[in-house]
Design a protein around this ligand. Structure first.
Ligand SMILES: C[S@@+](CC[C@H](N)C(=O)[O-])C[C@H]1O[C@@H](n2cnc3c(N)ncnc32)[C@H](O)[C@@H]1O
Length: 315
């Protein structure tokens, strides 16, 4: 995996079309009251800096402002990342039958729009091949977004826009979106349908989970190990660098070390033996850049992104 993602991966819709979904869904705010959005963004920024997530996301206008400011850049970066990772690309575009994706912390819509931009370009071939196939083999993508805050308004407006812009001609029956406002650490394996999932994403969310409840977060990752089916993939991204360091006892270390230990097992036990985990590491980087095309037109800043990622596969 190169340290620089492509600005546009050819399997996805172009970045401008990805960003346009946000412009259309939030046209009222972006073109009617941009100053108000900017001032809400400042408030959200301060709250996030103080890691006061409740204050940042406790009201709908702030959630819309957050989405307008940060999700378009995330969506173009994630489109490129999802397309570049062969296993994710396959699940989203072609794998036979019902494919189920759980996006933890996905309320702000970045993952949703990115999945849409990778799923929809093949609509003509897919509709044709789905029509020729037995019902059980039809490629249907079911996306379940779970978030502790109530992003219903944001998800609803983005979903409506994806349907209008990208899912015409009978394609919407193959792309199902469900949003559940709930604390993922308090949900059980049945609510999350863990045993039926093909892909779980934890994008820029693991740090928040660990800062809320370390023990609960470890228990959540262990539940993924217990209940996910073999072949299920898990994709984690977080900021590269010291922002993603975590303190356990008196030690501070990168959060990916802890995640690797939980999922992959410890290397070198008491007598040098290995304790094996339940996942295999398929792909990773400790620092990847997404630098967007500067010609993409959007009324707010589109950030470049630097992050690490891990892609695991359940054994
Ligand atoms: C930094 S944002 C990342 C948003 C999105 N995944 C992205 O990459 O653009 C973290 C998200 O995780 C959600 N979150 C935090 N704690 C959560 C929990 N316990 N259960 C579910 N979602 C949670 C927040 O509400 C927020 O939407």
């Amino acid at each position: 995996m190169p340290p620089l993602l492509r600005a546009h991966h050819e399997d996805t819709l172009p970045p401008q079309e990805v960003v346009n979904v946000f412009q259309r869904a939030f046209g009222k705010e972006l073109y009617g009251s941009l100053e108000e959005v900017q001032s809400l963004v400042q408030k959200v920024k301060t709250d996030l800096y103080n890691r006061d997530y409740t204050a940042a996301f406790d009201d709908d206008t702030k959630r819309v402002a957050y989405c307008c400011r940060w999700s378009p850049a995330r969506a173009v970066a994630y489109s490129s990342l999802f397309a570049q990772l062969q296993e994710v690309n396959q699940i989203v575009r072609w794998s036979a039958g019902d494919q189920r994706i759980l996006c933890v912390g996905g309320g702000a819509g970045g993952e949703l729009v990115a999945l849409g931009s990778l799923f929809t370009p093949d609509r003509h071939t897919r509709i044709k091949s789905n029509n020729d196939m037995d019902e059980a083999d039809r490629h249907i993508l079911n996306v379940h977004l779970v978030d502790i805050f109530d992003w219903n308004n944001v998800v609803g407006r983005l979903t409506a826009q994806i349907e209008e812009s990208w899912l015409y001609n009978g394609q919407s029956q193959y792309f199902n979106i469900q949003f559940t406002p709930n604390d993922v650490l308090k949900m059980d394996q049945n609510q999350l349908q863990l045993s039926r999932l093909n892909l779980i994403t934890l994008l820029f969310t693991t740090n928040e989970l660990f800062s809320e409840d370390k023990t609960g977060s470890i228990r959540f990752l262990q539940a993924l190990s217990t209940y996910c089916q073999p072949g299920c993939h898990l994709l984690i991204t977080e900021s590269a660098g010291s922002y993603s360091h975590i303190t356990v006892g008196s030690k501070k270390f990168p959060i990916q070390f802890l995640i690797d230990t939980i999922l992959l097992g410890k290397r070198g036990g008491k007598r040098g033996e290995e304790t094996h985990g339940r996942w295999a590491l398929v792909n990773k980087t400790d620092s990847t850049w997404y630098r967007g095309d500067p010609d993409v037109d959007y009324p707010m800043k589109l950030e470049n992104m630097r992050f690490f990622f891990r892609l695991y596969k359940k054994l």
